[in-house]
Design a protein around this ligand. Structure first.
Ligand SMILES: Nc1ncnc2c1ncn2[C@@H]1O[C@H](COP(=O)(O)OP(=O)(O)O)[C@@H](O)[C@H]1O
Ligand SMILES: [Mg+2]
Length: 305
C-alpha cells in the first residue's frame, strides 16, 4: 500500500457532452481531513461517486486506500464508508436496526456485536434516544444523522462524506465536527464536500477547490487564504460607499446591504481611516476562506445547476 489514502491521476468524467471532471490530479494523504469545495455543478459528487465505486470514470486513474478503483473495486469498498449526498434509508427499520444491517452487509462484524456498535455510534451523533424508532418517524435531519452513524460505526479507513452538514442544526453540526476530529485522531482519512466554508476552514488539513470540473487550487486553508493576496477586509454600509474614495488594487464585493473591500493591509487601512474620519460605521477583519474561495471561483458567475 502506498502512503496515499487517495491518488487521482488525470481523472475525467463525461456525461454525454457535459465534461463533469477534466483531468483531475491530486492526492490525499492518510489521516488527512480533506475537503472538496466548489459551486453547485462543479463536479464534487461525480468525484465522490467515482472514488466510492458507484460510477466509472471516462478516463484517468484513481486509487483509494491503495486499491485501483476499476481493477480492485471490491477491495476499495471494504476499506471505505460513504455518506452520499442523496441517500434513501429503509423506512421500516429502526435507526439501530438500519446501522446493524449496514454493519452486517459490510461483513466484518459478528452479528452479536452489531447492536452495541450501532448504539454507540448513535450516541456519538446524539440520536441514541431515537434508536428504536422507525426511520419513517424520524425527521430529515435525524435520518441524515442515522446515515452518518453508519459511517461512524464502520471500521473503514477512508470516509467519504458528501455534504454531511446539510439539514443539521447548529448543535449537531458542532457535534459532527468533534466526531470528525476524533475519527482523524484515530488515524482515519476523511474526504468531505461542503458548502459551509467555516466548516471547511475549521476542519480541513487541505482543500481542493474545483471549478467546472477542474481543480483550480489545492492547499491548506491558511495557504489558500494567503495566496488570495488579501491581508485585510472592511465591510461598509452600501449607502456610505460613495462618500469614500476607493483606491485601485482592491477587490470590492457586494454583501446584502454592505460592501466588502479586500486587499493589502496598508491600502485597506487607508479606507478605514477615511471612513472613521467621516464617522462612518466599519467592520474590519482578516480575510477568511470564503473570501479566498469567492475570489477563486467568481462571486457572480451563473450557476450551472
Ligand atoms: N447523472 C448525470 N447525468 C448527466 N449529467 C450529470 C449527472 N450527474 C451530474 N451531472 C452534471 O455534471 C456536473 C457535475 O455535477 P456534480 O458532480 O453533481 O456537481 P456538484 O456535486 O459539485 O454539485 C453538472 O454539470 C451536472 O449537471
Ligand atoms: Mg454534489
Amino acid at each position: 500500500m502506498n502512503q496515499y489514502a487517495l491518488d487521482s491521476i488525470k481523472l475525467a468524467k463525461n456525461y454525454g457532452n457535459t465534461q463533469a471532471l477534466k483531468e483531475v490530479t491530486f492526492s490525499i494523504k492518510k489521516g488527512e481531513i480533506f475537503s472538496l469545495l466548489g459551486r453547485n455543478g462543479a463536479g464534487k459528487t461525480t468525484f465522490v461517486r467515482i472514488a466510492t465505486g458507484q460510477l466509472m470514470p471516462t478516463s484517468g486513474k484513481l486509487s483509494v486506500a491503495g486499491y485501483d478503483i476499476i481493477k480492485e473495486v471490491e477491495k476499495v469498498r471494504e476499506n471505505i464508508a460513504v455518506v452520499p449526498q442523496e441517500a434513501r434509508v429503509i423506512r421500516s427499520s429502526s435507526a439501530c436496526e438500519f446501522i446493524q444491517l449496514y454493519l452486517l452487509m459490510r461483513g466484518n462484524v459478528g452479528i452479536e456485536n452489531t447492536r452495541t456498535i450501532a448504539l454507540n455510534a448513535l450516541k456519538k451523533i446524539g440520536l441514541e434516544h431515537k434508536a428504536n424508532i422507525s426511520a419513517r418517524q424520524l425527521s430529515g435531519g435525524e435520518r441524515h444523522k442515522m446515515l452518518l452513524a453508519c459511517a461512524i460505526a464502520s471500521d473503514a479507513s477512508v470516509l467519504f462524506l458528501d455534504e454531511p452538514s446539510i439539514g443539521l442544526d447548529v448543535h449537531s453540526r458542532r457535534k459532527l465536527w468533534e466526531i470528525l476530529l476524533k475519527l482523524k485522531s484515530e488515524g482515519k482519512t476523511i474526504v468531505l464536500t461542503t458548502h459551509y466554508l467555516d466548516e471547511a476552514e475549521f476542519l480541513s488539513d487541505r482543500i481542493a477547490v474545483i471549478n467546472k470540473g477542474v481543480v483550480c487550487k489545492i492547499g491548506s486553508p491558511s495557504a489558500i487564504i494567503k495566496d488570495s493576496g488579501f491581508e485585510l477586509r472592511v465591510d461598509i454600509d452600501e449607502s456610505d460607499i460613495e462618500k469614500l474614495t476607493i483606491p485601485k488594487g482592491v477587490k470590492v464585493n457586494k454583501l446584502a446591504d454592505k460592501v466588502r473591500v479586500l486587499g493589502e493591509e496598508k491600502i485597506v487601512k487607508k479606507i478605514v481611516s477615511q471612513a472613521l474620519s467621516k464617522k462612518l460605521k466599519v467592520s474590519v477583519a482578516g480575510p477568511n476562506l470564503e473570501d479566498a474561495f469567492l475570489n477563486l471561483v467568481g462571486a457572480e458567475n451563473e450557476q450551472q445547476n
